[in-house]
Design a protein around this ligand. Sequence first.
Ligand code: CAA
Length: 269
Amino acid sequence: MGAGIAQVSAQAGFETLGREVSDELCERARGTIEHYLGRAVEKGKLTAEERDAALGRLTLTTELGDLADCDLVIEAIVEELEPKRETFAELERVVGPDAILASNTSAIPIAKIAEATEHPERVIGMHFFNPAPVLPLVEIIRAEKSSDEALDAAYEWAEQAGKQPVRANDTPGFIVNRVLVPTLNECIRLLDEGITPEDLDKAMTMGVGWPMGPCALVDLVGVDIHIHAAEAMYEATGDERAKPPERLREMAAAGRLGRKTGHGFYSYD
Ligand code: CAA
């Protein structure tokens, strides 16, 4: 999702620095962004000049230290608490005193990430939805110690970036995943009763007007990401509805993570 968020930022006119862990992943992120900006030009939604200007505002780096001058850092690393805590502690040593540190986590409590910092008041959640350049929503999440200034600045930034922010609490799953994770789990459990992914997806798109069916959506989000979000919610609430279905664990163990690996419920080129 990092590439999608960087695209949103650069397209909205902000000088944007994306950090990846290797040169190869930097190149892949730039390629993805170029691809989607190119498609927007083809469809007449963006001029070639606007595309070039957006790409000109985007720099990619592998060095965390290069983020020193950023006013807002939006973290979108692996969905695990410890690496996030380490990243936030390191970020705090790198950025200026007024910089806001936001996490794009799907379900990890922001307060637990903030505990790793000396100034938890600057730590908030900014949760985007996949694909970030397309879905308008951003949940602005208030953790126990988040300051009003940080939350207001993030809300304003999201609006300037053309997004639709909402204010959410640091409760398991925030707003959307609180509803979406148990709902998707329930959909996946239907497959154990002999329903096919094709029929399930057809039912939810044709019958309820979802833009894509639940299996296609889990493939888009990533089977591993959905499992992490579901586990975090299950741990926090004990709610059986949040528990990741066994079928998803088996898919993850087999490396069928969805679109990103070319296979999930469906196969992708
Ligand atoms: N990056 C940038 N743009 C993208 C993109 C991406 N990854 N994927 C698609 N797009 C753009 C396309 O360029 C296209 O733009 P135009 O309309 O200007 O041509 C537009 O999105 C539509 O794409 P497509 O024509 O390829 O396909 P579509 O019309 O079937 O739409 C979809 C695809 C946008 C994914 C749509 O099916 C949809 O909105 N699905 C629901 C997705 C959803 O629910 N996301 C939330 C997941 S939950 C989450 O993210 C939270 C979490 O914590 C896990």
